[in-house]
Design a protein around this ligand. Sequence first.
Ligand code: GLN
Ligand code: ZN
Length: 764
Amino acid sequence: MVTTHNLGFPRIGAKRELKFGLERYWKGESSRDELEALGVELRARHWTNQQALDLVPVGDFAFYDQVLDMSFTLGNLPERVQGFHGDTLDNYFRVARGRSAQSAEEHAGCCGGVAAGEMTKWFDTNYHYIVPEFTANTQFNLDTSRLSEQLREARTLGVNAKPVIVGPLTYLWLGKAKDESDKLALLPRLMPVYRALLSHFKALGVEWVQIDEPILVTELEPAWREAFKTAYEGFEQRGVKLLLVTYFGELKDNLDLACTLPVDGLHIDAINARDELALAAHKLPAQSVLSVGAINGRNIWKTDLGATLDWLEPLARQLGERLWIAPSCSLLHVPVDLASEEKLDAGIRSWLAFALQKLDELNVLATALNAGRDAVAVELAANAAAIAARRQSPRVNNPAVKAAMARIDAKLGNRQSAYAERATKQAALLRLPAFPTTTIGSFPQTAGIRQARSHYKSGALDYAAYQSAMRAEIEHSVREQEALGLDVLVHGEAERNDMVEYFGEQLDGYAFSQFGWVQSYGSRCVKPPILFGDISRPRAMTVEWITYAQSLTNKPMKGMLTGPVTILNWSFVRDDQPRSMSCYQLALAIREEVLDLEKAGVRVIQIDEAALREGLPLRRAQWAEYLRWAVESFRITANGVADETQIHTHMCYSEFNDIIASIAGMDADVITIETSRSDMELLDAFDHFKYPNEIGPGVYDIHSPNIPTEAHIVQLMQKAAERIPAGRLWVNPDCGLKTRQWAEVIPALTNMVAAAKALRSQAH
Ligand code: GLN
Ligand code: ZN
């Protein structure tokens, strides 16, 4: 008999109950008891949802983040929150978000104002975890309370609990040594705490423990590989069985290591590493379990159950009882339940599976393996029909898009002339001063704007009324920008709810869920649009707004688009073609928009690639390939314009050292980046590379309510000018201003424009 299990379940709740519960609690609108009760209720519901499985994960729930939970279990709290008033959960939220609930902050006067823990993306997903902090002096201290309590809850419900923990090497790897000390040197101090935790599980009668070590799918230094051996050998005689869990990629040269560590089973992500299953089955010791992640835990498509059984059945015959099956990774990365989607087109809906549907699929696979395919003939037939319908659907396959894809050649991504020549022509046309000023696109999204958009969506507002509301907003932001004296203006993006959704909604090949929320961090969720088919653009998407904005001013108006790589990286994408293919299709569609803007007389066009860096594969060896098609997609999008048209791009980060050649390869005339917090040191990458085109290093930290002073901006720009020739510098904020208030934006931009003027007069 095959064993079924799950690695983790989305904790946010099908209706985002956890989000709303947390936010009520933080605001002081609900009590601690209510929050705790919500946790109990969600855990119970989710375990009940998973009841049909042989083993159910416990410890995957977190009020904020599972890595932060692990830090608390290990007693690794940053020094700055130690010695605080309040209890563990107060401290937990202090690390998570800089403050606990309102009611717990009575002591704000004596000990308030903690810096929140740094957040980083969890491997190559869009989930963000709180980075564990280390110093050479870090001590660990076991706190089993959370896991004990949750195991007790699970037992009362009668589920077969499998505690889930982050393994010691992955835990160290995810963290940051604040004093630049060697994190690995902490392993000897960490090991006794893990050993005590395993003994604790043993005392509680736990049989299996899931120990996540996803770093085994990355390129590990020899010292780290060695440390794996030391650590896991240290777990011998533990009295519980360990399932070593990997996901998100292939183990490659870590496969041998993973198969020989003294554990009781190994989980491999068969969506990414199916080719390694046979080798693992061969290499694992005769008693070891091989857990196969047969269902994609990160995407929302139905599994092709027949095709999966074709390769699982021989493995089941070979391994017998030793075969376990599960989703490829925690289901944290998918929405909870497709059943709540009432508005989704029925055809597309029949192709999808969210977390609950994925668990059903897992059970069908298990029954087929245990009792033969006949035992689930009806389910398999329905699945096969849905898979076939999707494959053949004319909504997925658009011959015109396929033909356009076939016509892509190198020329499509090339500008007519080199940058220097373009720059001369653009300067003649745009007549911008030195240190030109601009903003990144959005202006404050006021309550009025949101209301107009949502009324239009619900039908309460007709198009004419909606259009005039948006036009009024555009006019307001244009007048403000003229009054501020900015040089290149924007229309303000009032009509956009989200920089990806806005375009997805207007492209053919995209669908939208109502409740397809996925946790991004803490209480924050995103609802990624679903890219299901060949992408095409039935009509212009932004031209009407930009041309209206341009009609209001003699200053150049910047057209504002989201680039193909960012749209791709922030969507659920097709699994029936390579990501690069979908990206090229997006590139062709956005290219048409670029050309339409140009035709309509727009002289400056910005194509945001906020998420280009996020798409980098986990293994360095695969970076070049990703960057090749990502850069090519941008070039196809942007570079069909005349020399006189100025192309901008924007990126929401500033680490460019390792990808600077690719950034230069995009050949945008101007790139704006986020630099204000780094004191311009991050421009070094551009300096060393001798980045040839224009750069706007952000001088206004839009994530903070603080207003930058003129002097501070001047100082930042002077530092920038030490690295980049002043003639190629722009002056702009770090990112869009949609989350700020006009009352903050006006003084900040006033100072920014004044700083640019000061710089110009200094230059003379
Ligand atoms: N143009 C977008 C804006 O200004 C860019 C946002 C982003 O980079 N995340 O909001
Ligand atoms: Zn940005």
